[in-house]
Design a protein around this ligand. Structure first.
Ligand code: ADP
Ligand code: MG
Length: 745
């Protein structure tokens, strides 16, 4: 089945050519136990590695079932190694922190095999090598012989046609060596086993054929073989391309998602279209033009509500949708011979990645603050947003800790009620950011603020730890806000949801609070870095530990509501700032206090002092630039073994040889929330009026032109104008609805 003809292998060391193999001619049977003997350095390992596809021959040919490998590409070699060959080395190369069973399971390359089936197969081969009762042990609890048997089981679990073993008994005593030889003999009953060994006695006793090697040539073969001399053997031609079946998870996910979407969408649309009918379409179309007129009229008055927004990363949504539609049309072509994945999710994510661009906000902030930009003069206010998370908790921890910001309401009830819908609403709210955020930084322009809002109780904030509550013109805040802030008991919401699911009526009562109840209400500000505790040399994230968090919240900085604000009479601002749903306003001073606290926390200072070590794991960071750890410190055998693995397995194996942190210094700083005040994550420019908005946009366009001319294309800024965005999204939505309705009615 395997045939080497005139195989040579040269290694080049500087100018010197080492001829490791100098013309090997040998053919192997489908099933036999071949031992290769020879002095050290004669080329045994080289030959084995070439047979196993770990190394490439210099000249000659290796034929597999009558097919030459000369034209093999890397993917063909990968498939050959993964499907047909199993390897065992002198060192066992086991993953030390995984159980025996897991080590064998990990090596299973067949996908589409369930977890349970994998387990079963792994247990079976371990049984075969006599380790049926050691499944849950870890490698370092085993003897050398036992570890080598795990390695054999690992090599066998994919049921390869060829098993290659390079001095597997090299570091074992004679008793253990005999055991291994017996197992290999048993295995060789139905496949080709090639054993490289120094132990001639063992070879004589157990193998069916002995090949001696000397200086890269075969000097003796005890039982030569040639297919030509055998009765005509049917040559089994392998399929042209052997590939590992593609990962099944993404496919499965995309299939189920797709299924769900089309079914749901169709039922929804048919019932929707049916109930609205032709009159509905007419209505929507007339509304659409009226709506656009309305928005255009309002925007002159509401400049302060709708800033020109520049975010660190921007995504062009319409381009993404366009790409998604395009991707539906052009599908990859393939034969109808197998089951293929349709990459719905992968394509969507890829187009998102392509449409994502980053803005250099550090440079742009400098530009705005420089004299010559002129933007400051055109704006009522410029607000800088930072990526440092602002974690705020309810001050009262007697019922456990309750996070009021970022909003934990939906995540919480979703997990408690198992309500998927609640979860997705919560997520989209969190993600859409700015406009849906209950907590907003106040405009720094006091004059404008006083013009827009009446203080109906208390006063404006005077220090960093003072906040205000916004109410609507009718002195209202939504029940959603009340639940989120813990003004109403969130447990009520759970009861409500349970009642609904049981078909019970829920009592809708209007809650009310005196101004005095609101004034003096306190929350606690918990910097991200306070959630970490140093335990045994590394910093551990304790956020999931309720008791620990109760202590942290108890000792945290208090934020106090000192005023209630209502939109002033006759001023055209929407009910709350940013036209969104904000109910709490805080000062820029609080943002600065928070960033300062995080930046100077013990954990951040420790990380700064040790830039080479991950304080969260105690492991060194990978060397910058290197995508993988330095492999040259590994033994050649370990390197050969790693070459056999899939990328995920390789990572797991490498981390057991050379523990390195998966994170980077910068990632850690980001996780901890460290920010530089000069590097905002968003800039909101609030124009004075309609004309100044256009001037500001012109200045940005001009800035971009200059950057492009100076060859600094990466500094080009993309901004979002909320009015434009609203106009275009209203139009898009209306067009989409009318399109759908027309298609269905
Ligand atoms: P064996 O396994 O029989 O001890 P090898 O196959 O490992 O011998 O090596 C055969 C010859 O090829 C030796 O002279 C060795 O020094 C040389 N050789 C093996 N691998 C390399 C390499 N990666 N680079 C240069 N020379 C090598
Ligand atoms: Mg060797």
């Amino acid at each position: 089945m395997l045939k080497l003809t005139g195989v040579t292998k040269n290694y080049y060391v500087g100018d010197i050519i080492v001829g490791a193999l100098r013309g090997i001619d040998i053919e192997f049977r489908k099933s036999e136990f071949v031992s290769i003997l020879g002095p050290s350095g004669c080329g045994k390992t080289t030959m084995l590695n070439i047979i196993g596809g770990l190394d490439r021959y210099t000249s000659g040919d290796l034929t597999v079932n009558g097919v030459s490998t000369r034209e093999y590409r890397d993917t063909d070699w990968d498939a050959y190694r993964n499907r047909r060959v199993g390897f065992v080395f002198q060192t066992y190369n086991l993953i030390l922190h995984q159980t025996v069973l897991a080590n064998v399971e990990l090596a299973m390359t067949l996908s589409g095999v369930s977890k349970a089936e994998r387990r079963k197969r792994a247990a079976e081969v371990l049984e075969r090598v006599g380790l049926g009762d050691q499944l849950e042990k870890r490698p370092n609890q085993l003897s050398g012989g036992q570890m080598q048997r795990v390695a054999i089981a690992r090599a066998l679990v994919n049921n390869p046609e060829i098993l290659l073993a390079d001095e597997p008994t090299g570091s074992l005593d004679s008793e253990n060596s005999v055991q291994i030889a017996e197992i290999l003999k048993e295995i060789a009953r139905d496949r080709l086993v090639i054993l490289v060994t120094h132990n001639a006695e063992l070879a004589q006793q157990y193998s069916t054929r002995i090949v001696r090697l000397m200086d890269g040539r075969i000097t003796h073969d005890s039982n030569p073989y040639s297919a030509d001399t055998e009765a005509a053997v049917r040559i089994e031609k392998p399929p042209k391309k052997e590939r590992k079946p593609a990962m099944s998870l993404a496919t499965a996910l995309s299939l189920s998602l797709n299924n769900l979407m089309t079914k749901k969408a169709r039922t929804f649309l048919t019932s929707f279209a049916g109930s609205i009918g032709i009159i509905g379409i007419a209505l929507i179309l007339s509304l659409s033009s009226g709506m656009q007129g309305y928005i255009a009229g309002v925007q002159r008055d509401t400049m302060s509500n709708y800033p020109v927004l520049i975010e660190q990363t921007t995504m062009d949504m319409s381009a993404i949708i366009g790409a998604a539609i395009g991707a539906r049309r052009q599908r990859e072509s393939h034969d109808l011979d197998k089951v293929y994945s349709r990459n719905v999710m992968a394509n969507m994510m890829d187009s998102m990645r392509q449409q994502m661009s980053t803005n250099d906000l550090r440079a742009f902030k400098q530009f705005i603050e420089g004299d010559e930009s002129g933007i400051a003069g055109l704006a009522n206010d410029i607000k800088y947003g930072y990526s440092t998370p602002m974690n705020v908790y309810r001050a009262d921890v007697s019922d456990g800790v309750f996070q009021v910001h970022p909003n934990s309401l939906f995540g919480r009830s979703a997990s408690q009620q198992g309500m998927g819908a609640g979860m997705s609403v919560g997520m989209s709210m969190r993600q859409s950011g700015q406009n849906s955020d209950l907590w907003q930084e106040l405009l720094a322009n006091d004059e404008l603020l006083n013009l827009q809002y009446d203080v109906i109780a208390g006063r404006m904030p005077e220090s960093f730890d003072e906040i205000v509550l916004f109410v609507s013109r009718r002195n209202e805040i939504t029940d959603f806000a009340m639940f989120s802030l813990g003004l109403k008991d969130p447990a009520e919401l759970d009861t409500m949801m349970r009642d609904i699911s049981l078909g019970k009526e829920t009592g809708v009562e209007q809650a009310s609070f005196d101004y005095d109840e609101i004034l003096g209400l306190t929350f606690k500000l918990v910097p991200n870095t306070d959630c970490y505790q140093k335990l045994g040399g590394t910093w551990v994230d304790r956020r999931e530990d309720a008791e620990f968090m109760a202590g942290v919240v108890g000792g945290a900085t208090e934020l106090k509501i000192v005023g209630i604000l209502r939109p002033a009479e006759g001023v055209s601002v929407s009910d709350t700032p940013s036209g969104g749903m904000a109910v709490i306003g805080y000062t820029a001073a609080l943002t600065e206090y928070l960033i300062d606290t995080v930046n100077n926390s013990p954990i951040v200072r420790e990380q700064r002092k040790n830039p080479g070590m991950d304080v969260l794991t105690g492991l060194p960071f990978a060397t910058p630039g290197a995508t993988s750890p330095d492999l040259s410190v590994l033994s050649p055998e370990q390197q050969a073994y790693l070459a056999l693995l899939s990328p995920e397995e390789r990572e797991a194996a490498m981390s057991s040889y050379l523990p390195v942190s998966k994170a980077t210094y910068d990632e850690n700083m980001k996780i901890l929330g460290v920010t530089d005040l000069e590097s905002p994550s968003s800039i909101s420019i609030y124009p004075k009026d309609f004309d100044s908005k256009n001037s500001i946009k012109a200045i940005i366009d001009d800035y971009n032109k200059r950057m492009t001319e100076d060859g600094k294309a990466e500094s080009v800024i993309q901004y979002t104008d909320f009015i434009d965005l609203m106009l275009s999204s209203v139009t898009t939505v209306i067009n989409a609805i009318s399109y759908i309705l027309i298609a269905f009615v």
